[in-house]
Write a protein that binds this ligand. Structure first.
Ligand code: ADP
Length: 273
């Protein structure tokens, strides 16, 4: 579904952001693209959406080279950008005008999601709050039924109830034929819905792994003291003592603490195991 082969990209007069970057992801998964601010997440999503070309290397997404911007490619990929602007029209008018661009657009699905998000189709888009506009954009993207959904920091600007509505709607909407890539630096917002993690830092791929595999390898716990807990792969202080990551022992699994895990990956703490 997505093949990135030896991708190299730099902005004008800037050093390479991605250098010989390769990644393969299959459909049927919700992928978390994680990285600190400035890691290159937005840039990567823009490259995947065909908004700019890499300097070298190949990108193949859903069978197409994105920057060739083939109409069939554009009709099957939806990028929810972090910044967006809408014309001064109602939701209803917007949907009438833009949904025909997406052949698989499902108006019934849209009505259900808008109801879940408590959005009224007669509302003028420019009179909605930033969070409400973002929810509309997410609803539109999901209803497009595009094979590829690229969501750039989708939970930024959403309040706490909206974040859980987002997770619920996304999980119930996505099918096995789709690939969803969600970029975020707010790991906790999406930790329960991901199938796979991709962590990047300064344009380098630090980790690419399914959540299932991570659960089989790493054990997460909170302990009052570190003494006698070896082997500890990574630890952080917390109010109860320490949050720790250990290798899984005797097949006992624990809920994955994605924020702790992300910090461990970014700090290169898991490289040796
Ligand atoms: P992230 O989404 O992970 O926060 P970005 O992809 O937005 O990271 O940015 C990665 C790096 O590229 C940053 O150092 C940023 O300053 C730089 N950058 C982003 N967009 C541009 C641009 N249009 N021109 C020049 N540099 C850019």
């Amino acid at each position: 579904m997505l093949n990135l082969i030896n991708l190299t990209f730099h902005y004008r007069k800037k050093p390479a952001l991605f250098k010989d970057f390769s990644l393969n992801v299959q459909q049927g998964s919700i992928v978390g693209l994680l990285g600190k601010n400035g890691a290159g997440k937005t840039t990567l999503l823009n490259l995947l959406a065909g908004l700019m070309p890499p300097q070298s290397g190949d990108i193949l997404l859903n069978g197409y080279v994105p920057f060739e911007r083939h109409p069939s490619f554009l009709a099957d990929v939806y990028l929810v950008t972090e910044e967006f602007e809408f014309p001064q029209v109602t939701i209803e008018t917007y949907v009438k005008a833009y949904s025909p661009l997406y052949p698989s657009f499902d108006v019934i699905k849209l009505a259900g999601i808008l109801q879940e998000f408590e959005l009224d189709t007669t509302s003028k888009l420019n009179q909605l709050s930033h969070g409400q506009r973002k929810k509309f954009l997410i609803a539109f993207a999901l209803s497009s039924n595009c094979a590829v959904l690229l969501l750039d920091e989708p939970t930024n600007g959403l309040d706490i109830p909206s974040k859980s509505q987002f997770r619920k709607v996304l999980v119930s909407s996505v099918t096995d034929d789709q690939l969803v890539i969600i970029s975020t630096h707010q790991v906790k917002d999406v930790d329960t819905i991901l199938d796979k993690l991709v962590v990047i830092d300064n344009g380098v791929l630090l980790l690419e792994e399914t959540i299932e595999n991570l659960n089989q390898r790493y054990y997460f716990d909170t302990v009052t003291k570190l003494q006698g807990m070896d082997p500890i792969l990574y630890h952080e202080p917390c109010s109860m003592g320490y949050k720790i990551i250990k290798p899984v022992d005797d097949g006992h699994e624990s809920p994955l603490d994605m924020e702790l895990f992300f910090n461990a990956v970014i700090n290169h703490a898991l490289n040796q195991d």
